[in-house]
Design a protein around this ligand. Structure first.
Ligand code: C5P
Length: 396
C-alpha cells in the first residue's frame, strides 16, 4: 500500500488499519510528501512492518529492496494518489519508490485519486486516467463534495471502507467458487517435418488472462495451452500441448463434466497429412506439395460430449463482417456464447495487450469497449459466472 502526499493521507492510514483487520499483510510505502502529513512511525505501528520511504536506501535495500517489495505484493494500492502520481504512473516514470514499485510489480495495481476538483477535471489528468484504465489499473473513486481547499466537486478520496469494498469485489469475487473451468489458449503447431511447422500468430494472452480471472474468482482452472511465451497464472493447472490433435484429446478428457469451457485457442484448421520423419532436403525435389487434412474442431467436439459443460464459449477472430460471422459460428458449433473480436484493427490484433469484444448469445448481445485483456477477461468472467448461477439462462 502506497500513500502519496496530500491532506487525505490520514485516510490512507485508516485504510491500512482496515486491511490489517481483514487479515492482509500490509507493507507501507510513504512518499516524501506523505511524510509531511503522517509519520513513518504511525504507519509502522498500524502495519506492524517497517515502512519503506526511499528508492535507494542502503538499509532498506539490505532488507526488502524495491524489486523484492514489488514481487512480494499480491496487490499494490495507492491511496491517496495525487495528480502528480497519476501522471508519473501514466508515463511509466520510476523516480521514487512508489512509481518504481508500480512499474516493477506483476500484481494488480489500484489507485484511489484525491486532488482539487479543478486538477481532477484537467484534460491532462483525465487522459492519464484513461491510459491507466486501459492498462488494467483499477481506479477507485474519487468522491464528490466539499474539499480541504474549500472547493466543492469531484476529487475527494473515497472513505477507506468504500476503498476496501472496491478492492474486495475485485480480488475475491468468489463468483466461480467450486466451479471447474477448462480453457484452451495459444496457437497449435502442426509438424511438416522434425524442424518445420505450420502455425499462427496467437500469443495466448487472452486465454491466459481468462485463466487468471477465473482462478481469481475461485474456480479450479485447467489451461490447455499451445506453445506461447507466457507464464501460467497462479493456481492454474497447465497442460502444455503442441498439435490440434493433442489439444483435442486433452480437451475432451478435461471438459467432460466441467462447468465452463472456453475455447480461446487459435487451433490450426489443417495439419500435414503425413509429416516427414526426416528433415525434407531442399534439393530432393523441385516442387514440394504438402497435403493437408482437416483437424478436428475441438470446441464442437466438446459440445457433443455426453456430459457437456454447462457453458461452452468460443472466440471468433474475424477481419470482416465480424458480427454475422460470429453469429453463424455460434450456431454451427453449438456454442452458448461467442466472443467476437476484430483482428484487422491494430488495437485488437494478435499479440496486442488490449481487446474490444462483442459477446454474442442466442438472445442477447453485449459490447465490451477497448481495455486491457485482463480487464476484458474479468468482465467476461463476471458475465459468465452470472449465467452459470442461473442455469436456465445458460444459452441466452
Ligand atoms: O472456426 P474458427 O476457427 O473461426 O472458430 C473459432 C473458435 O473455435 C475458437 O473458440 C477456437 O478455439 C475454436 N476452434 C476449435 N477447434 C478448431 C478450430 C477452432 O476449438 N479446430
Amino acid at each position: 500500500m502506497a500513500i502519496a502526499g496530500g491532506i487525505a493521507a490520514y485516510k490512507g492510514a485508516e485504510l491500512v488499519r482496515l486491511l490489517k483487520k481483514q487479515g492482509a499483510d500490509v507493507r507501507v510505502i510513504l512518499s516524501r510528501g506523505a511524510r509531511e502529513f503522517i509519520t513513518p512511525l504511525t504507519m509502522q505501528a498500524l502495519s506492524g512492518e517497517p515502512v519503506h520511504t526511499e528508492l535507494l536506501d542502503e538499509s532498506a535495500e539490505a532488507g526488502m529492496g524495491h524489486i523484492e517489495l514489488a514481487r512480494w505484493a499480491d496487490l499494490l494500492v495507492i491511496a491517496p494518489a495525487t495528480a502528480d502520481v497519476i501522471a508519473r504512473l501514466a508515463h511509466g516514470r520510476a523516480d521514487d519508490l512508489m512509481t518504481t514499485a508500480a512499474l516493477a510489480t506483476a500484481a494488480p495495481v489500484a489507485v484511489a485519486p484525491a486532488m482539487n476538483q479543478q486538477m481532477w477535471a484537467n484534460a491532462a489528468t483525465q487522459e492519464n486516467l484513461i491510459l491507466l484504465t486501459q492498462r488494467g489499473i483499477q481506479i477507485i473513486g474519487p468522491d464528490q463534495g466539499e474539499q480541504a481547499c474549500g472547493d466543492v466537486g469531484p476529487g475527494r478520496l473515497l472513505e477507506p471502507a468504500q476503498i476496501l469494498q472496491a478492492l474486495q469485489s475485485r480480488f475475491s469475487s468468489r463468483q466461480l467458487d467450486n466451479k471447474k473451468v477448462v480453457i484452451t489458449a495459444g496457437p497449435t503447431v502442426e509438424a511438416i517435418d522434425p524442424v518445420r511447422f505450420l502455425s499462427n500468430h496467437s500469443s495466448g494472452k487472452m486465454g491466459y488472462a481468462l485463466a487468471r480471472a477465473c482462478a481469481e474468482a475461485g474456480a479450479e482452472v485447467t489451461l490447455i495451452s499451445g506453445p506461447v511465451h507466457l507464464s501460467p497464472p497462479d493456481r492454474v493447472r497447465l497442460l502444455s500441448v503442441t498439435s490440434a490433435i493433442e489439444m483435442h484429446d486433452a480437451s475432451i478428457q478435461e471438459a467432460d463434466g466441467a462447468d465452463l469451457f472456453i475455447g480461446a485457442a487459435a487451433v490450426a484448421d489443417f495439419r500435414v497429412s503425413n509429416p516427414a520423419r526426416e528433415k525434407i532436403k531442399k534439393n530432393a525435389q523441385p516442387d514440394l506439395t504438402l497435403t493437408l487434412v482437416e483437424n478436428p474442431d475441438v470446441i464442437a467436439a466438446v459440445c457433443q460430449l455426453a456430459r457437456r459443460p454447462t457453458l461452452v464459449v468460443g472466440f471468433a477472430a474475424e477481419t470482416s463482417d465480424l458480427l454475422s460471422h460470429a453469429r453463424e459460428k455460434r450456431v454451427k458449433k453449438g456454442l452458448d456464447l461467442v466472443i467476437a473480436n476484430d483482428v484487422s484493427d491494430p488495437h485488437t490484433s494478435f499479440g496486442s495487450d488490449q481487446n474490444a469484444v462483442h459477446l454474442i448469445g442466442a438472445l442477447s448481445e453485449q459490447h465490451l469497449a477497448l481495455a486491457s485483456k485482463q480487464v476484458i477477461a474479468e468482465k467476461i468472467v463476471s458475465i459468465l459466472a452470472e449465467r452459470l448461477s442461473e442455469p436456465a439462462a445458460a444459452s441466452s
